[in-house]
Design a protein around this ligand. Structure first.
Ligand code: FAD
Length: 417
């Protein structure tokens, strides 16, 4: 009997978690990554595993976006340019900025989030992953009454869906994190969340996948997914080599629309650029932050990691490129200085940008493509790729091995658009 051969395109957190889950089930899996493992958006994200939060499509978001749109220092920025695919995406996005859509998303994402955090913890423990995993939650810190009100609303929504979120006064926050500056008006604590070193996590998952017999190839660019009739047969690489497979998993993050388009599939994904700036603890650059925080009004995540603090955030729609705008990097630490005492003047030890794959309805795309036997999509995770990595891997492996997943994810199917 011939064994099943699966190909995963993309070696980011999503591709690696899919490959790991397949290898764990004894399925022969090969990963094709055009660069290095974990070199895309999964390299430098904020490292929070943050389940159950509503999508970015929310009532009022479009008004907010229009007001902030052309301001290059606002957290959300759309670079002015002529791009019909961006206009189509913005139109589809705006139609989903409703209370009804938020509620529909919460009905799927709240239970999935609980599975996601369990799956993450289990994976770290079972495989003894060395990735600074801390299941200690994170804090939201506000400096305006409007920010505190928004945090209170988020807490209510999460509590309605079974999460243990709580609101906190400014004093209570300051007690838990002495590095917070005077003037903190309040915020929240999200105890169900966790943090880890995101790049180490991907590398550790890759290592375990290899041990389980998975084959990982770097520097291999997939040019095309091959089909015969209604079934995929494998891929063709940029150098012309053809690799055959029974299943192909497309997990190329923000780059997914290009390969999908060649198959006639139109994926409504835009690259949402985000930045990080890391400050070392030992040279007086970083504040002595004890707990991970998100700075509410400026949407900057501050994550203490081994020897440094990572400041990460901003959402910039400026196309499929890795150009870094200095001003937006500055914005991360400029915002942090208002909320946290003790940021020194030392040079950052790392500055980086990555592209989140953001769908127009704010939900990831996970599952088989109807009418294309053997083709599965695992993409569009937006701001939640790290959080949803292990559960996405499990879902994809269950689709391939059992024909259906053990969790309810029909709302994430690829043909919903
Ligand atoms: C600043 C910032 C902060 C974030 N913070 C968080 C957070 O705290 N928590 C969270 O859950 N998420 C966070 N995210 C989102 C998260 O990083 C992404 O959702 C996630 O990394 C997406 O993973 P991916 O595997 O789909 O994509 P990627 O990591 O981008 O991987 C895709 C891979 O596919 C490869 N590839 C592309 N085309 C081809 C091809 N043709 N052939 C072969 N290989 C190809 C690329 O080289 C790349 O390695 C953040 C993102 C940013 C930018």
């Amino acid at each position: 009997m011939r064994t099943h051969r699966a190909l995963v395109i993309g070696g980011g957190v999503i591709g690696m978690c899919c490959a790991y889950s397949l290898a764990r089930r004894g399925i022969g899996v090969t990963v094709l990554e055009r660069d290095e493992i974990g070199s895309g958006a999964s390299f430098g994200n904020a490292g929070t595993i943050s389940p159950g939060h509503p999508p970015i499509n929310r009532p009022g978001r479009i008004r907010e976006a229009v007001l902030q749109m052309l301001n290059p220092s606002s957290p959300l920025y759309v670079a002015p340019r002529w791009d019909p695919s961006l206009f189509r995406w913005l139109w589809a996005f705006s139609r989903k900025c409703t209370a009804a859509h938020v509620e529909a998303c919460m009905r799927v994402m709240a239970p999935l989030g609980r599975e996601a955090i369990d799956e993450f913890g289990r994976l770290v423990e079972d495989e003894d992953l060395d990735c600074e995993y801390i299941p200690g939650g994170y804090y939201e810190v506000c400096r305006t009454p409007a920010g505190a009100e928004q945090a209170r609303h988020e807490v209510e929504l999460l509590r309605e869906h079974g999460y243990g979120a709580v609101t906190l006064t400014g004093e209570a926050l300051k007690e838990r994190e002495p590095a917070l500056a005077a003037g903190t008006t309040g915020g929240a604590y999200f105890p169900d969340a966790a943090t880890c070193h995101p790049h180490r996590f991907v590398l550790e998952v890759a290592e375990r996948t290899r041990r389980l017999g998975g084959q990982l190839f770097t520097g291999r660019t997939v040019a095309e997914i091959m089909e015969r009739g209604a079934a995929v047969t494998g891929v063709r690489l940029a150098d012309g080599e053809v690799i055959e497979a029974d299943s192909v998993v497309l997990a190329t993050g923000a780059y997914s629309p290009g390969l999908a388009r060649k198959l006639g599939l139109d994926l409504p994904i835009q690259p949402g650029k985000g930045y990080h700036r890391d400050l070392a603890l030992d040279d007086g650059g970083a504040p002595n932050l004890q707990v991970p925080c998100v700075l509410s009004e400026s949407s900057v995540f501050c994550t203490p990691l081994d020897g440094f603090v990572r400041f990460a955030g901003t959402m910039e729609f400026s196309g499929l490129n890795h150009r870094m705008r200095k001003g937006r990097l500055e914005q991360l630490t400029k915002a942090a200085r208002q909320y946290i005492d003790g940021l020194g003047a030392a040079e950052p030890i790392s500055e980086w940008c990555g592209l989140r794959p953001v769908t127009s309805d704010g939900l990831p795309i996970i599952g088989p493509v109807p009418g294309r036997d053997g083709l599965l999509l695992a993409t569009g995770h937006g701001m939640l790729g790290l959080t949803l990595g292990p559960i996405t891997g499990r879902i994809i492996a269950e689709y391939i091995q059992d024909g259906a997943p053990s969790v309810e994810v029909r709302a994430l199917r690829p043909d919903r658009f």
